[in-house]
Design a protein around this ligand. Structure first.
Ligand code: DGL
Length: 275
């Protein structure tokens, strides 16, 4: 039994889509979430810089005594997964769960035609991580970077004519490619799933990493015997054990987090309080 929190992070509010799925499936687990809003967006930065930022946030989570790390960010997964596994799992025995393989796994199971789209940040697309993860499967892949989606989600604008115009511009080539499955390869994008689905049409299935990643978190807790007393005892953690930090403005982050996750987020805190 291990009642320490699960550490989850992203460049901002996108990772909350993953945190939310984990909270729903494992309400007995404490959570420490960091949104690195001060350095958002990650997706337009060079990979080496994202790696440095991601390792810095994970160092802070580990110093705060988390039992597991969840990289709730595709860009940070692409940039830092190998380093994180070496630094935290291999050296310290802290398991690291990521978001790219779970989404790829789900997409391969979902597609009927073998034509799959991946939309993600420029850094993720450029890294080739999705292309590599799909390589062994018989899939025709269409990739598209959609950087403005992150800014829209971070400003809370997830519907309306401006978003529809941007979505149409980004998604037209993917739709024209004739995909039947579209991977939302950035954890911010599920916050725009309404407009993305509207633009792609109802025959296209959207795949997000949150549900599959939450299953990986469950599997990892089970295989490492890391479930909390509350999980095993069938109770829900106290709201004070769900902690949401940001390196940016806590008031703004808290507002968005309560909107996207729900009132259980409570007050968002400054990441400085974690030190
Ligand atoms: N949510 C992140 C991802 O999954 C990064 C978005 C960004 O900061 O550009 O890639």
């Amino acid at each position: 039994m291990d009642s320490r929190p699960i550490g989850i992070f992203d460049s901002g509010v996108g990772g909350l889509t993953v945190a939310h799925a984990i909270m729903e499936k494992m309400p007995g687990e404490a959570i420490t979430f960091i949104g690195d809003t001060a350095h958002s967006p990650y997706g337009t930065k060079p990979i080496a810089e994202v790696r440095r930022l991601a390792l810095d946030i994970m160092d802070r989570l580990v110093a705060s005594n988390v039992k597991m790390l969840v990289i709730a960010c595709n860009t940070a997964t692409a940039a830092a997964l190998a380093d994180a596994r070496e630094r935290y799992r291999d050296r310290l025995g802290i398991p690291v769960v990521e978001v790219i393989r779970p989404a790829v796994r789900r997409a391969i199971r979902t597609t009927q035609t073998g034509r799959v789209g991946v939309i993600a940040t420029p850094a993720t697309i450029k890294s080739g991580s999705y292309q590599d993860a799909f390589a062994a499967a018989d899939i025709q892949l269409c990739t598209q970077a959609c950087p403005a989606f992150v800014e829209l989600a971070e400003s809370g604008v997830t519907a309306g004519p401006d978003v529809e115009r941007v979505a149409e511009e980004y998604l037209r080539p993917v739709r024209d490619f004739g995909v039947d499955t579209l991977v939302l390869g950035c954890t911010h994008y599920p916050l725009l799933s309404g407009v993305i689905s509207y633009t792609m049409g109802e025959d296209v299935t959207l795949v997000t990493s949150s549900e599959e990643t939450a299953k990986d978190v469950y599997r990892t807790l089970a295989s490492h015997k890391l479930f909390s007393d509350a999980s095993v005892g069938g109770t829900t953690v106290d709201a004070s054990q769900l902690r949401f930090y940001t390196t940016g403005d806590p008031a703004q982050f808290g507002r968005l987090a309560r909107r996207f996750v729900g009132p259980e987020v409570g007050r968002a805190r400054s990441a400085k309080e974690l030190e």
